[in-house]
Design a binder for this molecule. Structure first.
Ligand SMILES: [Zn+2]
Ligand SMILES: [Zn+2]
Length: 457
């Protein structure tokens, strides 16, 4: 009984407060925070105006995947931190300073993925894909995260898509992956330059590293600060340095192709021969080493044509990672992959003013005048849609002028207009937007009539 009473009292109080205009007296005071939350530094919204680029690239990706027999995989964006420290390498910039890592409430150390190859390999092992017919060909697309210093055009969340071929060591696959990646850029209208190198296997690379370190030691005094450190931590990355004084030293450095073992040399020669067969031009680039630890043998990048001097402008990169599956606890299995930077590709498309198709065109705009007409147009719209006609509308607008303006912007062929007069007569107007003429149709036959006209175009 007292419960009910309390309820009633509360209601009365609320009513009083409402009258007095002071609801705060009863409820928790509503804190007004006028400041709108902002984007986190290094992140951005991909607005509708940008979406056509993503759609365009996504469509090309899907069609390439089908042409070359790849199946899609969607690993999660969150993984155990150890996956990346083991796969990508502890000493790489990516793992040592660019990962978004944190502890979950359950105490797991996790990271937002900085790249997706490690996840694909983990999934390949986890789901026993080693037992499927090999090679297993997978592709992915989605956001990646790196805590880099935000600079123009680079964000801490960015998009990549990639192709991975697991379970086969044949060099024809290396060549075909390069062909596929190059086809992607050609088909979206970008001219490219393929850069290729081999970084050998664990055996011959060890020998080469010794030679490289010996050479660089003689030049130590002239190296940049970073390279002095690379000399001991990650000597292959010495070849990657963008500092001018280091580039000069690089010119005379020993080249890994001269140190490849017979097996690695054979593999590389065959890859190049296959590329020659399809007459795909490439540039043998001795300083191409890629930033990640897991690569073996073939490595490659595709650069925009004419930007060969600025190697940081790579549109995509990839190579073999024959040891990675074993490194992550699987049976020794050769594999290779490529990943494409989507934002960088878009930037290039914009720079070159390459025209991107807009959304699919609409055929018919449905315009209405007055509430009664609106009530008839809503189901008409549904019927036209179900008949496979590409329709457009703006039902919340009242004025005909405003509606026809939208129709004009959409570039529709015809507009259907339902006003008071047509409503009472059981008709509807069909306006030819190009010719500017209109005719009266029987409302009940409108779908048939519209279809007939669209077919006769
Ligand atoms: Zn080797
Ligand atoms: Zn340097």
């Amino acid at each position: 009984m007292p419960k009910v009473k309390n309820k009633i009292i509360k209601k009365v109080q609320e009513k009083k407060a409402k009258v007095a205009g002071v609801p705060e007296l009863i409820n928790e005071p509503i804190k007004s925070n006028k400041k709108t939350p902002q984007l986190v530094r290094g992140f951005k919204d991909i607005l509708p105006s940008e979406q056509k680029y993503f759609r365009f690239i996504g469509n090309r990706l899907e069609s390439l995947a089908q042409d070359y027999g790849f199946e899609k995989i969607d690993p999660p964006i969150l993984e155990e931190t150890s996956l990346f420290s083991r796969a990508v390498g502890k000493e790489t910039d990516i793992v040592s300073k660019e990962m978004f890592s944190f502890e979950t409430p359950g105490g797991e150390r996790v990271s937002l993925r900085p790249e997706a190859t490690a996840s694909v390999v983990r999934a390949y092992i986890n789901h026993g894909m080693l037992n499927l017919p090999q090679p297993v060909k997978l592709y992915y697309t989605g956001p990646m995260f790196r805590y880099e210093r935000p600079q123009s055009g680079r964000y801490r969340q960015f998009s990549q898509f990639g192709f991975e071929i697991l379970g086969d060591k044949h060099p024809v696959l290396d060549a075909q992956l390069i062909i596929l990646a190059n086809n992607f850029f050609q088909e979206i209208g970008l001219k490219t330059s393929v850069q290729i190198n081999s970084i050998g296997c664990a055996v011959c690379r060890k020998e080469y590293k010794t030679q490289l370190v010996n050479y660089y030691k003689t030049q130590k005094a002239n190296l940049c600060v970073d390279c002095k450190e690379r000399l001991y931590k990650n000597p292959l990355r010495l070849l990657d340095c963008k500092e001018e004084k280091c580039s000069i030293i690089k010119e005379e450095a020993p080249q890994i192709v001269d140190w490849l073992c017979d097996e690695c040399k054979n593999h590389f020669v065959k890859v190049l021969e296959f590329l020659d067969e399809v007459q795909l031009p490439y540039n043998l680039n001795p300083s191409l080493v890629r930033g990640l630890d897991y690569y073996t043998n073939t490595v490659f990048e595709i650069w925009p044509e004419g930007e060969e001097k600025k190697s940081q402008s790579a549109l995509c990169g990839g190579g073999r990672y024959d040891n990675l599956i074993e490194l992550l606890g699987g049976r020794p299995t050769p594999a290779l992959g490529v990943s494409v930077g989507i934002e960088r590709t878009i930037l290039k498309l914009k720079e070159l003013n390459i025209e991107i198709p807009d959304r699919e065109k609409r055929d018919i705009f449905v315009a209405q005048l007055g509430e009664a007409a609106r009530k008839k147009c809503l189901p008409l719209y549904e019927s036209l849609r179900k008949e496979g006609i590409r329709v457009a509308e703006n039902f919340s607008k009242d004025g005909l002028k405003a509606q026809l303006e939208i129709a004009g912007k959409l570039g529709v062929r015809y507009s259907l207009i339902l006003g008071q007069k047509e409503l009472s007569e059981g008709t509807i107007l069909l306006r030819d937007m190009e010719a500017g003429v209109q005719e009266t149709l029987n409302f009940n036959k409108v779908i048939k009539e519209v279809k007939k006209r669209l077919e006769n175009q």
